[in-house]
Ligand binder design. Structure first.
Ligand SMILES: Nc1ncnc2c1ncn2[C@@H]1O[C@H](COP(=O)(O)OP(=O)(O)OP(=O)(O)O)[C@@H](O)[C@H]1O
Ligand SMILES: [Zn+2]
Length: 717
């Protein structure tokens, strides 16, 4: 996005409570010269701007945002000082009474109380003047913000509606009510801020998991250093009970690691020398030494937080609809209120004061805060509720698509099965020694990352067999691998591919069938025209795979296993887990199958992301499973960080609950508006009820969204 003259800059902006606020900031900044694009992440309180610093300086942008009534401070200049690109772990929001909006509540409240006292003591009308004063002083900062927005080309803001309504009320002599409205408006703003802050904290809590300091090993002992100063290759000491300060590999010690903060996995895992551990996890038992493998800002948890925060930008279609709706809604209400003020007195000779009053109250109904916050509040709560259990979704669009899924497709290896096949049978061809079969096969597979390859190499190492050196190693996707071993090309492939190449002796094929019917995967090893034998492996289904499929069908969802493995092995495994399957699929077959299913409805594909990234992309919703797959987190639409198959139904449950919550919120916000629209025009409710209704709706909507934080998607309904 950024070219030579454009730089991306980021700020933390405080005081934004709803999408109305973010729109105001974005529109104001985007009008400035030299600004290519401006984006605001509401829950992350982040403004990022691509700008040409030669045309507009950062402090000019800051001045504009401040004029609108928000706080602003630079976070990072991503491409200017990359080494500082660590977001400060911000703590909780400041207490409400320390914010500008909080001070306005105190001020307007005191003025109102004072005016009431004056009114009691001076029945002759001194009270009226006191209410006028209270209203004017209270509305001044609001009017100031309205003027700032107006100067930036935004006439219709909540502040401008407020200012007109309060000013109009004064003109028709309703000073007491005007002062009350100003006070209630200030209270509402604070309540909205508190509610939005609660939603934010769920995400921030993740950042607080990484300890601030680390014990760096140096010649002559350890030294306490800030955790975000660690660099790759440094060795740190982690005492039992400590949190791990960075992603790294253990170089000394064995301990139980509680990864629940990062992945949601609640059972501590035993980790030992050579194993990877994540920043934020807790070392439960023994002291460990660990070598840092990732810069602090690339830590898995830092990437999860970024993903969750940025997810807000991937807006749900519902959300975009509401944005468009509220853009029409405000002007429409203003037009309606003009009609209410003008038509009855002019056309029907009715009383001006009554209808001006009703028109002004209608203006306050025009405040779309509750409506515009209804979707992002639910989404933010859902994202952080999911993140705490290792269920990640990249934003509202993914949540919406996941809620509509009708069919779930699973990859077999590493998803429904453990992905750690174990060699069960070695069947050398006549005249071939078992050792040669194994050492040649391991030689071919040594460079491959395929789970079958790893099983063969592991078996060779365990048996103390020399792994022959190889060159020109190459994968035959969906079929096997080939390499030059000991001077001659050698293959390890599926028996069917080997049969075509003349690399299995026909007598062996019945053995293959028998092994495959037991759910084992068989590969044939051969050189040009010379069969060397068969190797059988078995990859156990994950313990919760069958439960996951049962849950999915209870939720009315279909489930299918796609595998490159042969039909008999696939049928045996699918029979154990009890789901539909399609076998013998080449990677491109998987794509075609998913494309066809996409046409019939929403398909979610769950895979380990290692060799099925294209299929994950093709599916309506692609979910990568397993914390190990770094690539997948970036390319998929979401991820299940724990190796639990039951998290697939869980993430759909979360998505469905979120969409349900959003529907409730939209209905609540629109319903309340509709009710008070009618009562206002009929004159049943007045000015201060109108403002109370808007604030009340905003608070109700946010509270309802916060219920999602407590929703446990892993529990069956
Ligand atoms: N490196 C390899 N060594 C031996 N056989 C292989 C190798 N790669 C692929 N094969 C053969 O090709 C088949 C399909 O492989 P593919 O990688 O497409 O599927 P998979 O990952 O094993 O299973 P799934 O599709 O369920 O993930 C395997 O069952 C195996 O017979
Ligand atoms: Zn707002």
């Amino acid at each position: 996005m950024t070219d030579d003259t454009t730089h991306r800059r980021e700020w933390t902006v405080t005081g934004m409570d709803c999408a109305g606020c973010t729109a105001k900031v974005v529109r104001a900044v985007e009008r400035m010269p030299g600004v290519r694009a401006a984006r605001v992440a509401l829950m992350a309180e982040r403004l990022s701007v691509d700008l040409d610093p030669g045309t507009t300086r950062s402090d000019q942008i800051e001045a504009v945002v401040r004029a609108l009534g928000y706080g602003i401070a630079p976070t990072v200049a991503v491409d200017d000082v990359p080494e500082q690109a660590v977001r400060p772990a911000t703590g909780a929001d400041p207490s409400w009474y320390r914010t500008a909006k909080g001070r306005l509540v105190v001020l307007t409240g005191l003025l109102l109380a004072l005016a009431w006292v004056v009114a009691l003591l001076t029945p002759a009308g001194g009270g009226y003047a006191a209410f006028v004063a209270a209203c004017l002083i209270g509305v001044a900062p609001v009017a100031w913000r309205a003027v700032a927005a107006l100067r930036m080309g935004q006439p219709f803001t909540i502040e401008s509606l407020m200012t007109i309504a309060a000013g109009g009320a004064l003109l028709i002599g309703a000073a007491e009510e005007a002062a009350l409205v100003v006070f209630l408006f200030a209270v509402g703003e604070v309540l909205e801020g508190v509610a939005a802050g609660r939603a934010r904290q769920g995400i921030r809590a993740l950042a607080d998991l990484v300890p601030k300091t680390a014990m760096l090993e140096q010649s002559g002992g350890t030294r306490t250093v800030p955790a975000d100063s660690l660099t790759i290759g440094q060795v740190v000491l982690i005492r039992p009970g400590d949190r791990i300060p960075a992603d790294g590999d253990i170089v000394e010690g064995t301990s139980g690691i509680d990864e629940s903060p990062v992945t949601g996995e609640s059972v501590p895992q035993t980790r030992s020398v050579g194993d990877a551990v994540f920043a934020g996890a807790i070392n439960t038992q023994a002291a460990l030494r660990m070598r840092v493998t990732r810069e602090p800002r690339d830590n898995t948890i830092a990437r999860i937080i970024l993903l969750v925060e940025d997810a807000e930008d991937a807006r749900a279609p519902t959300e975009r609809f509401i944005d468009r709706f509220s853009r029409i809604y405000m002007p429409a209400i203003i037009a309606l209120s003009a009609l209410v003020i003008l038509v009855p007195p002019l056309a029907f000779g009715q009383d001006w004061t009554t209808w001006v009053y009703r028109g002004l109250a209608l203006l306050l109904i025009g405040c779309p805060c509750a409506l515009v916050i209804s979707v992002p509040a639910s989404i933010a709560s859902a994202l952080s509720a999911g993140a705490r259990r290792g269920l990640l979704m990249k934003g509202g669009a993914v949540i919406e698509a996941a809620a509509r899924v009708t069919h779930v497709v699973f990859d077999k290896t590493g998803t429904l099965t453990r992905g750690r096949p174990v060699v069960t049978d070695l069947i050398p061809a006549p005249g071939v020694a078992e050792i040669d079969l194994l050492s040649i096969a391991a030689g071919v597979e040594a460079g491959s990352g395929h789970p079958l390859a790893q099983a063969i190499v592991a078996r060779a190492q365990a048996a103390g067999v020399l792994v022959l050196a190889s060159r020109d190693a190459r994968a035959l996707p969906g079929r096997g691998a080939v390499a030059t071993v000991g001077g001659a090309p050698a293959w390890v492939t599926s028996p069917s591919h080997a049969a075509e190449a003349g690399g299995v002796d026909p007598a062996a094929l019945s053995r293959v069938t028998a092994l495959e019917e037991q759910g084992r995967t068989v590969v044939a090893v051969f050189r040009t025209g010379q069969p060397l034998g068969l190797i059988a492996m078995r990859d156990e289904p994950r313990p919760d795979a069958a439960a996951a499929i049962r849950q999915l069908s209870a939720m009315g969802l279909g489930a299918t296993m796609l595998t490159g493995d042969n039909a008999r092995t696939a049928a045996a495994i699918a029979g154990e887990i009890r789901l539909d399957h399609r076998a013998g699929m080449l990677p491109e077959d998987k794509l075609t199958a998913i494309r066809a299913m996409n046409r019939q409805g929403g398909v979610m594909m769950v895979g380990d992301g290692i060799n099925d990234a294209p299929a994950l992309k093709e599916a309506r919703v692609g979910i990568a499973m397993g914390s190990g797959s770094d690539v997948a987190l970036e390319t998929a639409d979401g991820a299940l960080l724990r190796d639990h198959v039951t998290d697939a139904p869980a993430i759909i449950r979360l998505a469905r609950a979120t969409m349900g919550n959003i529907r409730q919120n939209v209905a609540l916000a629109l319903g309340l508006k509709a009710v008070f629209l009618v009562t206002t025009v009929m004159g049943v409710t007045g000015l201060w009820i109108a403002i109370l209704a808007d604030t009340g709706a905003t608070v109700l909507v946010t509270l309802n969204a916060l219920r999602l934080l407590a929703f446990d998607p892993t529990r069956e309904a």
